[in-house]
Design a protein around this ligand. Structure first.
Ligand code: AMP
Length: 193
């Protein structure tokens, strides 16, 4: 009997997530599990470069499991968000626009974890740019503990009310488990496009 070796290609995952930790400890645990799994599967993490909150926990867990982490931070946030000085690479940029552009340029796929308005802002830009045909990188939401369930149903209602087409809505992938979300995004990346 032959041994089947599953070959998975390495990718760069841009993750948007909170600069705070959130109330439910499971949010942080899921961020750590995602970071650990990204590293173990040979992927690179691209994120906002902070040492605090969910962002810091994700970066630390990726680094601890031997993964590469690229942080992108505007100069004016280096103190406020406490730039992570132990990253594989910290890219300093001039402003928020450059931050998003640089993160997007370094990524093959996007993931949103629980976070606040900064997280949502970054994520919706990535998704709308996909919708406008400016890139073709898969996009996923980690619905940790149902945190994003109200947003996902709001988006379903946006389709029902005629403001969003069903095809675009369906491009937004989601899962409640970090490993499952990575499996889905890896499968999407492996598809001929
Ligand atoms: P939050 O979800 O509000 O905790 O923010 C998460 C991250 O998003 C933080 O690193 C913020 O600095 C960042 N952020 C907020 N708004 C923007 C923006 N317009 N462009 C780029 N990054 C942003």
């Amino acid at each position: 009997m032959g041994i089947i070796i599953e070959e998975k290609s390495m990718a760069r995952f841009c993750v948007f997530l909170g600069s705070r930790e959130g109330r439910d400890p499971q949010y942080l645990a899921d961020a750590q599990r995602l970071g650990d799994t990204l590293a173990r599967r040979g992927h690179t993490l691209v994120y906002g470069g902070a040492r605090i909150g969910m962002m810091g926990a994700l970066a630390d867990s990726t680094l601890e499991a031997g993964g590469e982490v690229i942080g992108v931070m505007p100069d004016h946030l280096v103190d406020r968000e406490q730039a992570h000085l132990g990253l594989t690479e910290l890219i300093r940029v001039r402003n928020m626009h450059e931050r998003k552009a640089s993160m997007a340029a370094h990524a093959d796929a996007f993931i949103m974890l629980p976070g606040g308005i900064g997280t949502l802002e970054e994520f919706f830009e990535a998704w709308t740019w996909h919708y406008l045909g400016l890139h073709d990188k898969p996009i996923g939401v980690l619905d940790s503990e149902g945190f994003y369930a109200p947003l996902l149903s709001f988006l379903d209602n946006t389709v029902e009310q005629g403001f969003l087409n069903a095809h675009t809505r369906a491009e937004l992938l989601d899962a409640t488990d970090p490993l499952e979300l990575l499996d889905i995004l890896e499968a999407q990346l492996a598809r001929p496009r």
